[in-house]
Design a protein around this ligand. Structure first.
Ligand code: GDP
Length: 138
């Protein structure tokens, strides 16, 4: 499991036409896409995905945002994928994201921050399975 992580290109990035640019950065960083789909989360599904944040003050805003428009979900493979991908996306708040990171280039705010990246191997497996059956993972 340690060589796979899960990502979503969020609705803000989809709206701005940034999907191709973000996928290019992911490829250039040496990740292999082993599953991918474009979909539109219902409020219910977005709420389920972010259930761990239910008690946070921004939960309602997050669910509204994530169900606002289409997203691209993908499973990525690379050695040490979870940590490497967190490095590639940068800090949650783009104001604090390092040069060369996806969020530095494409995110507009702490909420609308262009991409999701799993924070642990365990969550990567849970989140990947939320979107993809075994038959859809290559
Ligand atoms: P991540 O692991 O870097 O994505 O950050 P977190 O797990 O802390 O938060 C999950 C997601 O919730 C973030 O990527 C943001 O989209 C959103 N979020 C986090 N903090 C805030 C906030 O203060 N306000 C709003 N509106 N959204 C937030």
């Amino acid at each position: 499991m340690t060589n796979r992580t899960f990502t979503m290109i969020k609705p803000d990035a989809t709206e701005k036409g940034s999907t191709g640019g973000i996928l290019e950065m992911i490829n250039a960083a040496g990740f292999r896409i082993v599953a991918m789909k474009m979909t539109h989360l219902s409020k219910e599904k977005a709420g389920q995905f972010y259930e761990v944040h239910k008690e946070r003050p921004f939960y309602g805003e997050l669910v509204e945002f994530m169900s606002r428009g289409p997203i691209t979900a993908a499973i990525l493979e690379k050695e040490n994928a979870v940590e490497e991908f967190r490095n590639l996306i940068g800090a949650t708040n783009p104001a604090n994201a390092a040069e060369g990171t996806i969020r530095k280039k494409y995110a507009s705010s702490i909420g609308e921050n262009a991409v999701h990246g799993s924070d642990s191997d365990e969550n990567a497996a849970i989140e990947g399975a939320f979107f993809f059956s075994k038959l859809e993972q290559f």
